[in-house]
Every structure is written in C-alpha cells, then in structure tokens.
Design a protein around this ligand. Structure first.
Ligand code: DQA
Length: 152
C-alpha cells in the first residue's frame, strides 16, 4: 500500500517561526512551511493535514484521530515536547502508520537536554538540522518507506 494521506503536526512555539530565534530556526514562517509542504503533497497526489498546537493534549487528540481516519503517516515536529512527553510517545505507539520526526535545528548540537527525544523511540525516521527542508525531505522519505504492514 502506498502513502495517500499525511498529517503534519507541529508542537509548541512553532507558530512563532520567522521571528523566534531566527538564527536557530530560520526566517521562514510556519505558514511558508505549510505552503511548501502542501505544494509537494499536491504534486504527489497526497491528502495533507497541517496542524500546530501549543497544547500537548491537542497534539495527542490529533494523533488519536489519525489512528481512526485512515492517515497513512505522521510527520511530527514535537518541538519541546520531544524532550518531555511520554504521553505523545504513548499516543504515537498506539498509531500504526509511519512516523517521521523532524527538527529544524540539529538537536544533538545543542543543549544536552535536547539530545534525547521520546518521540525518536517510535519514529521510523528522524531528520534534524536541515531547517524547513526537513519537512519536504520527510515527505519524500515517505515515498520510500514500507507502509504495507499497517491496517487499511
Ligand atoms: C525543535 C527543537 C526543540 O528542541 C525545540 O524545543 C523546538 C524546536 C526544532 O525544530 O529544532 O521548539 O523541535
């Protein structure tokens, strides 16, 4: 089975992209990233949902909804929740599709508390340090992962 439906999830403070520490996260806004990701998904003929929340519970609700609505893959930048949220890890563990984790910055080159990501324990692939391009590479990567084991 090939990928048809993708959810892109963005965690806390990513709504501030463009003005938030641009020397680390770049000058592109989340809307710029949304447009670029939507364009690439359309080229592939995939359905895309793009969502950002500052609330852990809303991100978990979106992951739970993806379990039931036929979403084939989740691309997630959990932001600071990467380093703290067992609850997001549990939600992703209950989801059967592919999961790609994206970070704009290289979390391994930064403070030690950013080196560990709970989400990486579940992710099928992780992209860090390539800026907004990471989201596009994640979409391309999904074209090459085997989603045949998931429920239809
Ligand atoms: C981030 C890295 C996290 O450590 C940080 O808390 C973020 C963004 C990134 O995209 O580089 O908010 O996930």
């Amino acid at each position: 089975m090939s990928v048809r439906k993708v959810l892109v999830l963005n965690g806390p403070n990513l709504n501030l992209l463009g003005t938030r520490q641009p020397e680390i996260y770049g000058y592109e806004t989340l809307d710029d990233i949304h447009q670029a990701v939507r364009h690439k998904a359309e080229q592939k003929g995939w359905t895309l949902r793009f969502f950002q929340s500052n609330s852990e519970g809303e991100l978990i609700d979106a992951i739970q909804a993806a379990r039931l609505d036929g979403t084939d893959a989740i691309i997630i930048n959990p932001a600071a929740y990467s380093h703290t949220s067992v609850a997001i890890l549990d939600a992703l563990n209950a989801y059967e599709g592919k999961v790609i984790e994206v970070h704009l910055s290289n979390i391994h080159k930064r403070e030690t508390f950013r080196h560990h990501s709970y989400v990486s324990l579940r992710a099928d692939g992780v992209i860090a340090g390539l800026g907004s391009r990471g989201y596009l590479l994640a979409l391309d990567g999904l074209g090459h992962v085997d989603v045949s084991k998931q429920k239809t």
